[in-house]
Design a protein. Structure first.
Length: 320
């Protein structure tokens, strides 16, 4: 970071953390390209990379974290400066003592010893104060890191459903593409779409449409429980399941589970408990191929989804 002009703040720390950790391939490729062209990263470049490749957290939260980080660094710097000044004065006292010892003048030696003893006590106190400040600062840095991680994580979630949003989906699929598959497993993608959703909105209103989307979000959260498996709201009434290290058969089985649970769901009048409507979904399943990128994988899953729609809806179709 010190090789670049960009300020040290939470945005810059996040950018370089994801780069060094290798968890954001698109970001790594963009930074490598800039470094290859011998272009340094200034504040505008960091912000542009962050906005393009990392989920933008809440601006107010980021501003608060940034302000607290700057205050923290300023406080530590002030304590370090005070300790440095004290060390300089102590060094002068030691030089005076050294000269007195060299001259073997007892009259000069006594005040110098008294001065150094006092300086030693002051130096010890100053170092202890700095150590305490650093310890407290480390605790605050850990808290700020947690705040930053939470803010970034929240920016990847759909507030209506509690599952990943489109940006979260894009980050997850990039991660999926970079993983090797274990023997007997695949990386699979399931695309899901609520059947006749426009009719739900037109007949029952958009508030009811929101209730349907929220209910499907709950079903996905309860059904998608595998390690590293993720559910996302791809957009509108379309959803996706990202299933790394999962066979095609298991992916189809999970998609069918979601379909059946959705079909069994009853949307009721909250006052009378009258069933107002039932909902069905269609799904398309595909497995990653060696030459796939995100676009081709999504395209095949979408093709299977539309095949399910065209063959009568309320079914799951696998891309051949």
């Amino acid at each position: 970071m010190g090789k670049h002009k960009a300020a040290f703040n939470p945005v810059t720390f996040t950018l370089w953390y994801e780069y060094v950790a290798g968890i954001n391939p698109a970001l790594s490729a963009a930074i490598d390209a800039l470094l290859k062209d011998h272009k340094g990263l200034d504040d505008p470049a960091v912000i542009a990379l962050y906005q393009k490749h990392i989920a933008p957290a809440d601006e107010a939260v980021m501003a608060q974290i940034s302000g607290e980080m700057e205050r923290l660094l300023a406080s530590v710097a002030q304590s370090a400066s005070q300790t440095g000044n004290q060390a300089g004065a102590f060094g002068d006292q030691l030089n005076g003592l050294n000269k007195a010892l060299a001259s073997r003048d007892v009259e000069q030696l006594k005040p110098r010893l008294t001065e150094v003893m006092a300086g030693t006590a002051e130096m010890k106190s100053s170092v202890e104060a700095l150590q305490q400040k650093v310890s407290i600062s480390q605790e605050e840095i850990n808290r700020l890191r947690s705040d930053l991680e939470r803010a970034t994580s929240e920016a990847l979630l759909c507030p209506m459903t509690g599952i990943l949003n489109r940006r979260g989906f894009e980050k997850k699929i990039e991660s999926l593409l970079s993983q090797r598959t274990a023997d007997g497993h695949s990386h699979c993608l399931v695309m899901l779409d609520i059947d006749h959703f426009k009719k739900v909105n037109d007949t029952h209103g958009h508030l009811m449409g929101d209730r349907v989307i929220q209910a499907l979000g709950e079903i996905l959260r309860s059904a998608v429980t595998g390690a590293n498996h993720s559910a996302a709201r791809y957009g509108g009434e379309e959803f996706a399941l990202l299933l790394p290290q999962t066979s095609l058969d298991k992916s189809i089985e999970l998609a069918e589970t979601v379909r059946n649970r959705t079909k069994a769901m009853k949307i009721r009048n909250r006052t009378t408990q009258e069933v107002l409507l039932t909902v069905t979904i269609s799904g398309g399943v595909t497995a990653l191929k060696p030459d796939d990128d995100a676009a081709s994988l999504i395209s095949r899953a979408d093709a299977a989804l539309y095949a399910a729609k065209n063959s009568g809806r309320d079914r799951v179709v696998t891309h051949a």
